[in-house]
Ligand binder design. Structure first.
Ligand SMILES: Nc1ncnc2c1ncn2[C@@H]1O[C@H](COP(=O)(O)OP(=O)(O)OP(=O)(O)O)[C@@H](O)[C@H]1O
Ligand SMILES: [Mg+2]
Length: 196
């Protein structure tokens, strides 16, 4: 269970959210409404100025295990000199086989970067590598900041199918998005700001 209680932080005011495993939650709102800010708090990159963000009762800022919280930041945070496989294995702290990393890269249509520095990929390809990294371990909480922002319809479909497989496997997936292709699948939506 993820629990956001009475959180105010930067532009965010009195945000409340509870969600259980096996759910897809969408965060919406205009540019500057605080979607990425909330993603950072959920991922535990920082602590809220007011209120609490906990996963199974533990502040997310104290959790560093990728099996518990995996994330695609808006700016992706890939190591550009490393290959896609290396980026995935690093997040998993080498706890997966190379073949498992290759399998999810293939599923997301970025096997082309498996053995190449990801910095050589297009922005859409790099985004799908970051999505593959976040979905690799069926983590308890998966936080995705606009994961289809750079994707054409075919590749958005690949991202959405992989996200839904993660939800099916029991992950709680929280994604910020404006994309109706993804919004359609959300169990519920949390609007921020004016919700646009
Ligand atoms: N590191 C920071 N320090 C101070 N203010 C910040 C920081 N990052 C973002 N902000 C401010 O917080 C507000 C919310 O930003 P945020 O990135 O969360 O919006 P967003 O909803 O994700 O927007 P977008 O749709 O453009 O990605 C903005 O007004 C921004 O200027
Ligand atoms: Mg953002």
């Amino acid at each position: 269970m993820l629990s956001v209680r009475d959180v105010s932080h930067g532009v965010l005011k009195d945000v409340e959210l509870s969600a259980d495993s096996g759910t897809l939650v969408a965060l919406t709102g205009h540019s500057g409404s605080g979607k990425s800010t909330l993603c950072h708090l959920l991922a535990g990159f920082e602590r809220p100025e007011q209120g609490t963000v906990t996963l199974e009762g533990r502040p997310t800022a104290e959790i560093t295990d990728w099996r518990q919280i995996a994330v695609v930041p808006q700016r992706l945070a890939l190591l550009e000199q490393l290959t896609a496989v290396e980026n995935l294995l690093l997040a998993a702290r080498l706890a997966v086989e190379t073949t498992q990393a290759e399998k999810i890269l293939d599923r997301l249509g970025v096997d082309v970067l498996a053995e190449r520095p990801v910095g050589q990929g297009s922005i859409g390809e790099q985004q799908r590598v970051a999505v593959a990294r976040a979905l690799l371990l069926d983590s308890s909480l998966v936080v995705l900041d606009e994961p289809t922002a750079h994707q054409d319809d075919d590749n958005a479909r690949r991202v959405i199918d992989a996200v839904l497989a993660g939800v099916e496997a029991g992950s709680l997936v929280i994604t910020s998005t404006h994309d109706p292709r993804l919004l359609n699948h959300a169990g519920f939506t949390l609007p921020l700001g004016t919700g646009l």
